[in-house]
Design a protein around this ligand. Structure first.
Ligand code: SF4
Ligand code: SF4
Ligand SMILES: [Zn+2]
Length: 275
């Protein structure tokens, strides 16, 4: 542990207030933040270079023409393992769903200020403007954000269930429960949403929570800024977690081809996050 500031060399307070070896002086804070940002940018460049290298090695598999040098867009990666959905997680989720159904039954969509219908999916989904680009990006990432869907709730709430009931006026509460239960995949990612399976989300968009239909992570937003949906220009997508490259995919028009790295730790830079 340094005893002096790495920039001004004055003694650091005990215990140090920052973990970056810099003191509280504004100039040192600025220098430390700038250095962290540079390291972060450098690690992102290293990851892009690693993705290009993987793409060159797997050019045939990816269908990448020899002379092509597509841009590389970094995305998050879900690196969790798949396993059979345990009965207790399935049951906890269904318990949550029964509670939502009971609340909607008791209060109705309009009868309770806490349970209001959401707008129709098509109106609330900015992803609808870029369906191919979003599909390709999220399929390469494999749903890092779905890990926040928790082990039991899948972000489903009163408004979502009220909307589903409105769209299926003849369905009983038991029918709704059965419809949602039928979409649970047998195999899901550990420590993620119950619907998060090998092929992505098991729920059709019309059954998902509004958040699931509208959420875009920062990397996805950045990616969409640089592409035209379904365009023929190839783009390399690189899925990264904890500074490690997990997958590289080539997105060209409607096609996405992917290379999974056998050992994610063997390629890519470390420390992609700031600091
Ligand atoms: S929104 Fe972002 S984190 Fe979520 S699946 Fe898509 S790329 Fe991954
Ligand atoms: S319901 Fe689907 S989109 Fe929403 S968190 Fe679960 S797997 Fe992800
Ligand atoms: Zn200092």
């Amino acid at each position: 542990m340094n005893e002096t500031c790495r920039f001004c060399r004055r003694p650091l307070p005990r215990p140090p207030r920052w973990s970056d070896g810099a003191c509280d002086a504004p100039a040192c804070r600025h220098a430390a933040t700038t250095a962290a940002l540079r390291r972060w940018q450098q690690s992102r460049e290293e990851l892009r270079a690693a993705a290009r290298s993987v793409a060159r090695e797997h050019a045939v598999e990816l269908g990448l023409p020899a002379e092509a040098a597509p841009p590389v867009n970094l995305l998050p990666a879900n690196g969790n393992r798949l396993r059979t959905l345990p009965d207790d997680r399935r049951e906890r989720f269904l318990h949550h769903l029964r509670g939502l159904l009971a609340a909607v039954e008791a209060h109705g969509a309009a009868g309770d200020a806490n349970i209001t219908e959401t707008a129709p999916v098509a109106e609330t989904a900015p992803v609808a403007e870029n369906p191919t680009a979003v599909d390709h990006a999220c399929a390469t990432c494999r749903g890092r954000c779905c890990r926040l869907g928790g082990v039991r709730h899948a972000f489903l709430d009163g408004p979502t269930i009220a909307r589903y009931r409105r769209d299926h006026p003849d369905a009983t509460a038991a029918d709704v429960l059965a419809a949602y239960a039928a979409k649970l995949p047998d195999v899901t990612y550990e420590n993620s949403c119950v619907y998060h399976g090998r092929l992505g989300c098991g729920l059709p968009r019309a059954m998902r929570a509004e958040l699931c239909n509208t959420w875009m992570c920062d990397d996805l937003v950045q990616h969409l800024r640089g592409v035209t949906d379904g365009a023929a220009d190839p783009v390399l997508l690189a899925a990264v977690e904890d500074g490690r490259l997990h997958r590289v995919a080539l997105s060209v028009g409607p096609a996405r081809r992917e290379v999974e790295l056998p050992d994610a730790s063997a390629a890519g830079a470390r420390g992609a996050g700031p600091g």
